[in-house]
Each structure stands twice: as structure tokens, then as C-alpha cells.
Ligand binder design. Structure first.
Ligand code: HAM
Length: 442
């Protein structure tokens, strides 16, 4: 086929045959967020570029190399959001949510855009589930968001993950640390890439996220921020550890984690896969950002949050054979033959759909044989055929496609009768499952 164009590199279509997996992950995550009191926020896909320059930081890889930025027809610089926090905080400020009881706890499902090199688990359009908790300074809030992320993975049945935490201190500790880093990297000035040379002047901490092999190797020997944090930041970190231990959440301290976005202060964390096929994949990252709300022109309010990469969560689940719930099936395909029957089938199916039954009928005018073939291919649970004969006799034969059993059902009141059959089927499946759970013979 000679297509006019194809999907953009680094983007991924989710087809109807598989989107139930995404829906399952998303609804599980949002359900957990709801239990934790995080209400959904939806913000625009694009924002003024300045928002990301100021929040994510203009020396980060995200801003310098990865943003989809363009001028709109009015000549304004616009950027597709590379992450969810900046927009959520902008909206929090613009809508005066700081006047509401604090903390304000928000959750979101968003698409994000970064011009990165596509590879397994890394896309140019990807989706995040995220939460932001604004107005809480206590380490209990850091622990709450971590526990929320852990619970999402738990509910999904994802195992073999490790939680790594670190503290990158406050702007005060950062001054001492920045000086130490500058001194260290000055000694390697001749080997650093062009971008890192400019970072050396403006923000040496960002050299630590450089993906060039030479810079990464040099970074491995750099001083670590945890050795430079002040007493208050250390106390906050110890308090977080205490909460995590009380919540029975396993963690390791990884002093190398600094995260690639400028707004973080104190706590940073990542959740990483240890499964064979997705070893080292970071599926969730976040931390505290006590300066950002003020930096964007609002009151000085502490905050923390995380973003979870939904494509990565699905990849981890699929490669580790974590079960998804079964895809829903059509309950009934009502085949028909003849003009009168076609119209009657449309009406019966429409009534059933109003009752919440997944019912379907023929839209292409095919033969009954072809309709039944279609019903079989699409996995319909029951089928029935309606024609002049059935209209005359007032009965139709319902076939269970799983065990090929049939039963005759009156056309009059078919809708209620079929709903009853479905309920009986669900009850019998539940009894079967319960019997298996308790090892009872039915
Ligand atoms: P981030 O670490 O840049 O943090 O992204 C969060 C998560 O999004 C990552 O851990 C990863 O799972 C996923 N992710 C990032 N880039 C890609 C990509 N190119 N393809 C697929 N998945 C990706 C943030 O975005 C922060 N806003 C998190 C946060 C919220 N911090 C505080 N609040």
C-alpha cells in the first residue's frame, strides 16, 4: 500500500484490540489516587514556552534539546508540554487554588512530548500518570506520594521493582555542592561536550544528566550531593526514611540520583524495574519542589509529586507476563435476514444497549453465513439469527458460542430474558470462581 504518510517517529498508536490494557492501568492508577484524596486536574497540552524554561530549567536537556516549541500564528512561542508538573502548578496559581484548604492534592493522566531518541520504552509522545501535592512541607507528604506510587504497582501486580531515594538539599546546600562540582569538572574541562561546557558556568549539576558516554564517565567520579546537605535537609530525609519504614516500603538510598529537571529540592526518588527484559527502566520519578510555586509568581509553598511513564508500566507488565483482566466481549451478535428482520434487529440491539448489554448487529448487508463468521471472529459470547420465520413464530434460537449450547427464547420480552441469561452466566462464573477459591465441588 502506498500510504500518503505514516505516524511520526517515536509515536505509538494504541489499537482497539489492546487499548483495554491502557484503560486498565489508567483506571487502576486514578482509582488509587482517588483513595489517597488526589482529585483529577486537566490542563492544556500546550503552554507558553516560558513556563517550561522557568520551571524545568533552561539548562536542562529537556529544555535545551527536547522540547517541541513553535511560534503560533500570533507569533507567540508555544511548547507542547514535556511533563505534567509545570502546567499543574500554573493552573493551581492561575485558579487561586492556594486560597483553598492546603495541601491541594491533584492527579492527572497526560500526554507529554520530548524530542528524544526513540527506543524501547522511550517515545517522543508518551503518557504519564502523575500526582502533585502542594502546600505540605512535612516528609509525611513525600512518603504519601511514594506510597501512592507503590500501591499502584501493587494493585497492578507489578513485581521486582526497586525504590531508590536521595536528597539533593535546598538552595543553601546547593551553593556548597555547586562549588564542589564546579571545581571537580574544571579539572576535566578538556573532555566535556560543548553543552556541558556551558553548563559548567551556569549549572554544573546538569552535567550529571548528560547522556554522552565521556561526560557520564566523568560524572561517575563527581562529588555526591548527599555529602553536602544541611542539617534541616538531613532531618527531612531521615524523617522520610522513618515514614517509609513505618509504611513497610523497601527503599535504597542512591546518592547518584539528581533527576533531570531543575525544580527539585530535598527528596528525589525513582522506581526502577529489575525484571530481565526491562532491567534498569525507570517507570516512575519524582520528588519535592519547594521553590517552584514561588518561582512561578505564587506564594512560597512547598510541594512534591511524581510522574509515572504509562508506556513503561505496560511494557514491564507485558514482558513479565503480568496478567491483564480479559478484554470485554460482545454479549450478543444478532444476525438478521430480510428488511423487516434487519429493522427489528436494530431495535432489539438498541434496547439492549440502553440496558448496558454489549450487543451488535449487521451493518454491511452480508449473508447470514458471513454475519456468523464475523460474530465468531469478533468473539461474541452469544449469537442469534432473526428472519421472517422467527418473526412469524415469535421465537429465536440463542446460541452460546463458548459451548455451542442453544436455547429458544420468545421474541416478546427478549430483552429482559437475555439480560437474565447474562446475569445467570455471571453468577455461575462467580460461584465457580468461589468454589475454586475454597476448593468446593459444585
Ligand atoms: P520525569 O522523570 O522526567 O519526571 O518523567 C517521569 C516518568 O515519565 C519517567 O520516570 C518515565 O517513566 C516517563 N518518561 C519520561 N520520558 C519518557 C519518554 N521519552 N518515553 C516514555 N516514558 C518517559 C517528570 O516528568 C516530573 N514532572 C515528575 C514529577 C511530578 N516530579 C514532581 N512531580
Amino acid at each position: 500500500m502506498e500510504l500518503v504518510t505514516r505516524a511520526i517517529k517515536g509515536t505509538k498508536d494504541v489499537l482497539p484490540s489492546e487499548s483495554y490494557k491502557n484503560q486498565y492501568i489508567e483506571s487502576t492508577a486514578m482509582g488509587v489516587a482517588d483513595c489517597f484524596g488526589y482529585g483529577e486536574i486537566r490542563t492544556p497540552v500546550f503552554e507558553h514556552t516560558e513556563l517550561f524554561n522557568r520551571s524545568v530549567g533552561d539548562t536542562t536537556d529537556v529544555v535545551q534539546k527536547e522540547m517541541y516549541t513553535f511560534d503560533d500564528k500570533g507569533g507567540r512561542s508555544i511548547t507542547l508540554r514535556p511533563e505534567g508538573t509545570a502546567g499543574a502548578v500554573r493552573s493551581f496559581l492561575e485558579n487561586g487554588l492556594f486560597n483553598e484548604p492546603l495541601p491541594q492534592k491533584m492527579s492527572y493522566l497526560t500526554s507529554c512530548y520530548r524530542y528524544e531518541k526513540p527506543q524501547s520504552g522511550r517515545y517522543r509522545e508518551f503518557h504519564q500518570f502523575g500526582v502533585e501535592c502542594i502546600g505540605a512541607a512535612d516528609a509525611a507528604a513525600d512518603a504519601e506520594i511514594i506510597s501512592l506510587a507503590v500501591q499502584v504497582f501493587d494493585m497492578l501486580g507489578v513485581e521486582n521493582l526497586s525504590l531508590e531515594i536521595n536528597s539533593i538539599g535546598c538552595p543553601e546546600c546547593r551553593k556548597k555542592y555547586t562549588a564542589a562540582l564546579r571545581e571537580y569538572f574544571e579539572g576535566h574541562k578538556g573532555e566535556l561536550c560543548e553543552t556541558c561546557l556551558s553548563r559548567l558556568e551556569r549549572n554544573p549539576m546538569r552535567i550529571l544528566d548528560c547522556k554522552s558516554p565521556v561526560c557520564s564517565e566523568i560524572s561517575a567520579g563527581a562529588p555526591v550531593v548527599l555529602d553536602y546537605i544541611c542539617d534541616d535537609c538531613r532531618a527531612h530525609f531521615e524523617s522520610l526514611k522513618g515514614f517509609l519504614e513505618a509504611l513497610e516500603i523497601d527503599y535504597t538510598v542512591n546518592p547518584q540520583i539528581v533527576r533531570g529537571l531543575d525544580y527539585y529540592t530535598r527528596t528525589v526518588f525513582e522506581i526502577i524495574s529489575n525484571n530481565k527484559d526491562t532491567q534498569g527502566l525507570v517507570c516512575c520519578g519524582g520528588g519535592r519542589y519547594d521553590g517552584l510555586v514561588g518561582e512561578l509568581g505564587g506564594p512560597s509553598l512547598p510541594a512534591c509529586g511524581f510522574g509515572m511513564g504509562l508506556e513503561r508500566v505496560r511494557l514491564i507488565m507485558e514482558t513479565a507476563d503480568v496478567p491483564f483482566p480479559e478484554k470485554t466481549r460482545t454479549d450478543l451478535f444478532l444476525a438478521s435476514m430480510g428488511e423487516k428482520a434487519n429493522v427489528l434487529a436494530a431495535k432489539i440491539v438498541s434496547d439492549l444497549r440502553f440496558d448496558g448489554v454489549r450487543a451488535d448487529f449487521e451493518l454491511c448487508g452480508r449473508s447470514v453465513k458471513a454475519q456468523m463468521k464475523f460474530a465468531g471472529k469478533t468473539g461474541a459470547h452469544y449469537t442469534a439469527v432473526i428472519g421472517d420465520g422467527e418473526i412469524e413464530s415469535g421465537e429465536i434460537v440463542l446460541k452460546n458460542m463458548d459451548d455451542s449450547s442453544t436455547q429458544t427464547v420468545p421474541l416478546e420480552g427478549f430483552q429482559e430474558e437475555f439480560s437474565n441469561i447474562l446475569i445467570q452466566g455471571v453468577l455461575s462464573d462467580m460461584n465457580q470462581a468461589n468454589a475454586e477459591d475454597f476448593d468446593i465441588k459444585l
